[in-house]
Design a protein around this ligand. Sequence first.
Ligand code: SF4
Length: 61
Amino acid sequence: MKVVRIDRDECIGCGACAELCPDVFVLDDEDKAEVIAPEGGDQACIDEAIASCPVGCISQD
Ligand code: SF4
């Protein structure tokens, strides 16, 4: 099973992932993205979030 992860040291809190895919990503109190559904959700939306992250800190493997 692929697991979605965020490198929080790299995340700049732009919010793109949470906007595109709110069932999987949220911004937390520190304005860093957090994965609320590590085992996925809509794959097309996860792919879009990965492609849209400006610092490339979302992975899924
Ligand atoms: S798209 Fe990337 S940089 Fe932006 S909030 Fe999500 S993980 Fe952080």
